[in-house]
Design a protein around this ligand. Structure first.
Ligand code: PGA
Length: 248
């Protein structure tokens, strides 16, 4: 199994000054991490972050990518453009985009395909809502979401990262228990195994109120290969603690 991966999803937060301060604090404390690390700022700050992170162990990611390659798509940013700025990872299908921007499973699969074609690793988010969770539909929902990506991307699925993010745990302080998360991760791993012989290479991250105090236990589960962190990634001390907890 490859190194664990810790990704900060800054969502729509930050400013030139705040980003510089946050990255300064991160670089001041990160040393030589045992895991891979990336941050995903709002796209407008890519040029700034590229400069701030140059030569550091923190890689650059984004929160979204267009499902089109170029042309009359006002407001979109293509995978090739992101590649120009040294982007290594692109979150696709975050539940906030599925919910507020009406992104479907097919849109998410297309975005993953565009990212892969540009040499960017898509971080494909899957996860059930509270209602689906309470109705016992978790497995059905996450498998449906991932199967759209597998269907469109075939064996290339061995190049993606998956993030299991139960919607009811995002930004709520209500984390899935390590056992709950592990059982969904095992389901996803089995699904990836059926699609590629390189399933062990695919890192499956947990996201949803992961923080400095619960990270170590979540990350010790056999199929939890890292974390996608929202709120706690905006506080340097907390994000650094999560990074330290992510040993191989
Ligand atoms: P959270 O967000 O850590 O604030 O719950 C995670 C995410 O939405 O990726």
């Amino acid at each position: 199994m490859s190194k664990k991966l810790i990704v900060g999803n800054w969502k729509m937060n930050g400013s030139l000054a705040a980003n510089a301060a946050l990255v300064g604090d991160l670089l001041g404390g990160i040393g030589q991490p045992e895991c891979d690390v990336a941050v995903c700022p709002p796209a407008i700050y890519l040029a700034q972050l590229r400069g701030l992170l140059d030569g550091s162990p923190i890689e650059l990611g984004v929160q979204n990518v267009s499902m089109h390659d170029h042309g009359a798509y006002t407001g979109d940013v293509s995978a090739e453009m992101l590649k120009d700025y040294g982007v290594r990872y692109a979150i696709v299908g975050h539940s906030e985009r599925r919910q507020h921007q009406a992104e479907s499973d097919v849109h998410v699969a297309l975005k993953a395909k565009r990212a892969l074609a540009a040499g960017i690793t898509p971080i494909v988010c899957v996860g059930e809502t509270l209602r689906e969770h309470e109705a016992g539909m978790t497995e059905f929902i996450v498998k449906r979401q991932l199967s759209a990506v597998i269907h469109l991307n075939g064996h290339c699925v061995s190049e993606i990262v998956v993030a299991y993010e139960p919607v009811w745990a995002i930004g709520t302080g209500q984390t899935a228990t390590p056992e709950q998360a592990q059982s969904v991760h095992a389901v996803l791993r089995a699904q990836i195994r059926a699609a590629t012989e390189h399933a062990e290479r695919v890192r499956i991250l947990y996201g949803g109120s992961m923080n400095a105090s619960n990270a170590a236990e979540l990350l010790s589960q056999p199929d939890i290969d890292g974390g996608l962190i929202g709120g706690a990634s905006l506080k340097a001390a907390d994000f650094l603690k999560i990074i330290m907890a992510a040993k191989a």
